[in-house]
Ligand binder design. Structure first.
Ligand SMILES: [Zn+2]
Ligand SMILES: [Zn+2]
Length: 121
């Protein structure tokens, strides 16, 4: 486990999940808290209320998503002869390096935003 200096909770968990996968617990969020923000005792409870009640990967389904400026723009595709296909905005395949956060904070950096429930996928 490597924790880069100033890396935020969400980038850290995303990176660890990428490498090791989810095991159905909040192991990476707790690991981050233990190392970086030991006083954030309510972190898991807070993630739960945001929709990540059971494990780390739920953070990326229900709580945080890549910030909108990192997504490809929606556009009309001209690939098809018969009809115009609408290509929806898609999240970045790989995340840029962490924008970093204040040590001791469990807030995500500027690479992330709260999932908006109004977006149609
Ligand atoms: Zn999971
Ligand atoms: Zn970050």
């Amino acid at each position: 486990m490597t924790l880069s200096d100033g890396e935020c909770l969400v980038c850290f968990v995303a990176r660890q999940l990428d490498e090791f996968g989810c095991n159905g617990t909040h192991r990476f969020a707790s690991l981050y808290r233990d190392h970086v923000a030991p006083r954030a005792t309510a972190l898991i409870a807070r993630l739960s209320t945001m929709g990540a009640c059971c494990c780390d990967c739920e953070m990326f389904m229900n709580a945080y998503e890549p910030a909108s400026q990192l997504w490809t723009r929606a556009h009309e595709s001209v690939d098809s002869d018969d009809f115009d296909e609408w290509a929806y905005a898609t999240p970045p395949r790989t995340m840029p390096p962490c924008e970093t956060t204040r040590r001791g904070s469990t807030k995500p950096c500027a690479n992330w935003q709260r999932v908006s429930r109004s977006r149609n996928r």
